[in-house]
Design a protein around this ligand. Structure first.
Ligand SMILES: Cc1ncc(COP(=O)(O)O)c(C=O)c1O
Length: 476
């Protein structure tokens, strides 16, 4: 029989007090949990010290790409120190607890009313809106309001309401495909072509009929950053109404552009100045300049958001109307949005968005000058632009593709996706850069230098780049 302390006796697990001693003695990466392995796909049996768990999570997150070099995302990756402080202070607030956090609720309403004003709602007092988790939820709510409004009008007229359709460009963001799928609406995609790079109202009468709940116009198409001309789309719908009597409304998906156009193109009428626009969404976490987790949707007036969709939660002894897919959601991003609104004001937002614009134009010029590319657009709508390979690099078989270039740029830390364009243009592959607050002119210069060096490297190859099939892993 082995004696006490002998080789068969299981090692005694140190109690927490002992663990603290061990931590005090051991260097960080020699602690239990750091120096040994914790299970990854089931809960560990025992707790770890907070220092150990923190270090493990921190280190794992460090392996992600560097958010600031992520030129693929539209989502905010930089906020100032005051915002960072607020984020930590407000991390425990649940936006749905209106009664418990009445100030956050009040701030939320102030924010969407500010947006209603910014987007020229004819009467801000009669506009209505809400924060959301992002533009996806905001688009779903906008789509649901269009659908319910159509259903109620059809029922009131004694007509069938079982085959709703929505007209949109084939370049819509995936959230609209989800909306149509989840809520049983037929999507009617208007394909893009070289002549019609965005939905611009041409041929609209071929898609719109009595079952059309609305038309989506995108301010800042995800694939390219280009604006869809809302006023032209509305004019096409006016003509359709004159010919058929159908009164079809527009939802503007301004995920990015609704926080760029008011500052950079203030004279462009894309918002509630266009009478057919019933609702507008934006992502607070894109050009609203807040960290991920925030969207907004505003309806022109109560008519545009049927009362039958509204639920009430308790608020200050009474109740408050809400319209949302989620119940609980972080309140901190709402407070951060308010911080940005106060901090920047119109002039501040203009300065930030103009700077991003200047950087985008500088980059687009630089990309065009390399010679291997042809710009698809130049970043003059939202500060986003895309390019394809120049004819001599595709037809003459340069031996490399934009997917190869994307991979090469990754070795420098830059994330710049390459992907095919949507239906009817799928043979065109583009690469896109999204310029956001935080991509300074200096960083942009470093990016251009890396891009040029990689093009030189790829052009100098004696044999074509090996390919494992050119499938883009990028999702819009
Ligand atoms: C035009 C457009 N609509 C909707 C979305 C979805 O936005 P979110 O990521 O905020 O849900 C995006 C995201 O890129 C977008 O570009």
């Amino acid at each position: 029989m082995p004696h006490a302390g002998g080789p068969h006796r299981p090692a005694r697990r140190p109690r927490t007090a002992d663990l603290r001693d061990v931590v005090a003695l051991d260097p960080v990466f020699a602690r239990p949990g750091e120096a040994t392995e914790l299970p990854r796909f089931r809960l560990p049996d025992q707790p770890s010290l907070p220092e150990t768990a923190y270090q493990i999570v921190h280190d794992e997150a460090m392996l992600d790409g560097n958010a600031r070099l992520n030129l693929a995302t539209f989502v905010g990756t930089w906020m100032d120190d005051h915002a960072n402080r607020l984020m930590v202070e407000a991390a425990d607030k649940n936006v749905i607890d209106k009664d418990e956090y009445p100030q956050t609720a009040a701030v939320e309403e102030r924010c969407w009313r500010m947006l209603a004003h910014l987007w020229h709602a004819p009467d801000v007092a009669h506009a209505t809106g809400t924060s959301t988790a992002g533009s996806s939820e905001a688009c779903m709510l906008g789509g649901l309001a269009l659908k319910r409004r159509w259903v109620e009008a059809r029922r009131a007229a004694g007509k069938p309401a079982d085959r709703p359709n929505l007209v949109l460009s084939s370049a819509v963001q995936v959230c609209w495909e989800k909306f149509c799928n989840y809520f049983d609406v037929e999507p009617r995609y208007v394909p893009l072509t070289e002549e019609h790079k965005v939905l611009d109202g041409h041929d609209l009468e071929k898609y719109v009929d009595e079952n059309t709940i609305g038309v989506v116009a995108i301010m800042g198409v995800t694939y390219t950053g280009m604006y869809e001309p809302v006023a032209e789309i509305a004019a096409a719908l006016d003509r359709i109404q004159a010919a058929t009597g159908l009164d079809v409304k527009i939802h503007v998906d301004g995920a990015s552009g609704a926080m760029v156009a008011p500052f950079v193109q203030p004279d462009l009428a894309w918002d509630f100045r266009v009478e057919r626009v019933a609702s507008i969404n934006t992502s607070g976490h894109k050009y609203g300049l807040v960290y991920p987790g925030l969207g907004w949707v505003v309806w022109r007036d109560a008519d545009a958001l049927p009362e039958s969709l509204v639920f009430r939660v308790s608020y200050l002894g009474g109740d408050m109307p809400t319209f949302a897919l989620n119940f609980s959601r972080p309140g901190a991003p709402v407070l951060l949005q308010y911080y940005q609104f106060l901090r920047l004001g119109v002039e501040g937002y203009r300065a930030v968005q103009r700077t991003s614009h200047d950087v985008a134009r500088y980059l687009a010029d630089g990309v065009a000058r390399i010679g291997a590319f042809e710009l698809w657009n130049d970043g003059s709508d939202i500060p986003v632009f895309a390019w394809r390979l120049a004819a001599d690099h595709t037809d003459a078989g340069a031996g490399w593709t934009l997917y190869d270039l994307s991979e090469r740029l990754r070795t420098h830390g830059w994330l710049v996706p390459a992907y095919p364009m949507p239906d009817d243009l799928t043979d065109v592959t583009v690469q896109r850069v999204v310029v956001r607050n935080g991509l300074s002119r200096d960083l942009a210069g470093a990016f251009l230098a890396d891009l040029e060096a990689e093009v030189r490297f790829l052009d100098a190859l004696k044999t074509p780049m090996p390919s494992a099939g050119e499938r883009s892993a990028f999702h819009h």
